[in-house]
Design a protein around this ligand. Structure first.
Ligand code: GDP
Ligand code: IMO
Ligand code: MG
Length: 448
């Protein structure tokens, strides 16, 4: 029984929410540590369906404690909306949600700046989620930000004056409306602070105490490795560390407390927003993936760009995250293809490479080198054992293991908790220890 991180290995939307929900019975708490409500996770079991943006999927498990860590940027109204929706759906939160007083607040002008900058970038727009994420992290790094624990402080207005002037000047230069006036903002922050008060904690102290008591924690990554501010396809990235290191800085838990990480890999690739995507399919196959995989954003509803699996990307992610095991999702979406293409290398300016170039322009010129394998042309939805998959599907899984260099130990063949194969005898079982059996059991219970 250890502490593990769940991370996206592509450009987000790999199905992390489903995998976190699946593995919850093996943990005592779930911790979000970066990003904000740019994330969107869909979780299904039986006929139930939940969309979560800020609160970890663990909240759906009655005993689970959920933490929003210091590394996050949090929009209080978005948090309240999510809490209200969960309450209306009959989910008892009680004291199970604990929010870091060090997390930064997304203020209205962060959203205004995000939108005005995207408009000004025109054809060079990043395609952000317009949630104010980048500007909020920027205020934090510039030491002008407001932490959730600061929202009730009497000198808040005074402290935000300099930032207000800076924002007003930028918005004016972008010909955008003026930011929310300081007095109005202070009133808003005071209201937020009243509702937030019972939720705020020194979460790093709590986490450290829980670890000392022997609790095991699951760190829930948002976004994916290729959207990481340092290691992703810069500048077409988000503004936080969505690779494994973020779990420590964003929660205050030391690296020595982390026992392993699970990489979530979609059986093909999707991307929302702009930026290079070597295996993108702009033809009927891409459209088919979008329809069959229901590839429309949980957060913005935008159609996701779709393409073949890219193992150059997955290897890059595996190395950065130290993923000892892979959870492969959406295998069922590939059920009806005659043949499948898997990118194993790039050709850039006539040179073959196995590595992701650091430069977005070089990546935009990368020509994927494909291995073509037969499809299985059979339904895999709901398979519970590897042996129950068609041979070509098992070979597809083996190809991924060989190219990426980690064992695939979860195979998801449908959106529901119960539509999942879990393999024993590997890094996942080692990480979950004796509670591995509970994960297997809950999947079968859900199916009854
Ligand atoms: P996340 O952001 O990584 O949590 O992923 P999202 O929830 O944004 O997107 C994944 C989508 O795929 C959700 O709608 C899930 O319900 C769905 N999903 C997850 N796993 C599977 C699967 O194995 N098969 C199918 N068909 N859908 C899946
Ligand atoms: P989950 O957790 C997919 C993308 C945006 C844009 C870029 C920057 O559901 O996997 P931002 O608003 O963060 O400044 O946008 O990052 N992006 C995501 N794409 N899934 C996500 O989260 C994403 N969060 C941000 O589309 O390209
Ligand atoms: Mg998502």
């Amino acid at each position: 029984m250890g502490n593990g991180i769940i991370l996206g290995m592509q450009w987000g939307d790999e199905g992390k929410g489903k995998i976190v929900d699946l593995l919850c019975p093996a943990f005592d708490g779930v911790v979000r540590y970066q990003g904000g409500h740019n994330a969107g996770h869909t979780v299904r079991f039986g006929e139930k369906h939940f969309s979560l943006h800020l609160i970890p999927s663990g909240i759906l498990h009655p005993e689970m404690r959920c933490v929003l860590g210091n590394g996050m940027v949090i929009s209080p109204p978005a948090l309240f909306t999510e809490l209200d929706r969960l309450g209306a759906a009959g989910i008892e939160i009680g004291g199970r949600l604990l929010v870091s007083n060090r997390a930064h607040a997304i203020l209205p002008w962060h959203v205004e700046l995000d939108q005005a900058r995207e408009t000004a970038r025109g054809a060079q727009a990043i395609g952000t989620t317009s949630r104010g994420i980048g500007p909020a992290y920027e205020s934090k790094a510039a030491r002008f930000g407001a932490r959730l624990g600061d929202l009730a402080s009497e000198d808040l207005a005074e402290r935000l004056q300099a930032e207000h002037r800076r924002v007003a000047a930028e918005l004016a230069s972008l010909e955008a409306p003026a930011p929310t006036p300081i007095a109005e903002l202070q009133e808003l922050c005071a209201q937020w602070a009243r509702r937030l008060a019972p939720l705020l904690w020194d979460t790093e102290v709590l986490l450290s105490e829980w670890l000392e008591e022997g609790a095991s924690l699951l760190f829930e990554g948002a976004q994916g490795a290729l959207l990481d501010l340092d290691h992703g396809t810069y500048p077409f990235v988000t503004s936080s560390s969505s690779t494994a290191g973020g779990a420590c800085t964003g929660s205050g838990v030391p690296p020595t407390a982390i026992d392993g990480s699970v990489g979530v890999l979609k059986a093909y690739t999707t991307r929302v927003g702009a930026g290079p995507f070597p295996t993108e399919l702009e033809d009927s196959a891409g459209e088919y993936l979008r329809d069959r995989g229901n590839e429309f954003g949980t957060t913005t509803g935008r159609p996701r760009r779709c393409g073949w699996l890219d193992t150059v990307v997955a290897r890059h992610a595996r190395r950065l995250n130290g993923n000892g095991t892979i959870a492969l999702t959406k295998l069922d979406v590939l059920d009806q293809f005659d043949e499948l293409h898997v990118c194993t290398a790039y050709e850039i300016d006539g040179e073959r490479t196995l590595e992701l170039p650091s430069d977005a322009r070089a990546l935009a010129n990368a020509r994927p080198v494909y291995r073509t394998v037969p499809g299985w042309k059979q339904e895999t939805v709901g398979a519970l054992e590897l042996a129950g998959l068609p041979r070509a599907a098992r070979e597809y899984v083996s190809l991924i293991e060989e190219e990426v260099g980690a064992r695939v130990e979860v195979i998801s063949t449908g959106p529901r908790r119960e539509e999942t194969i879990v393999r024993s005898g590997g890094a996942l079982e080692e990480l979950l220890g004796e509670r591995f059996a509970q994960v297997i059991e809950q999947r079968v219970v859900a199916q009854r």
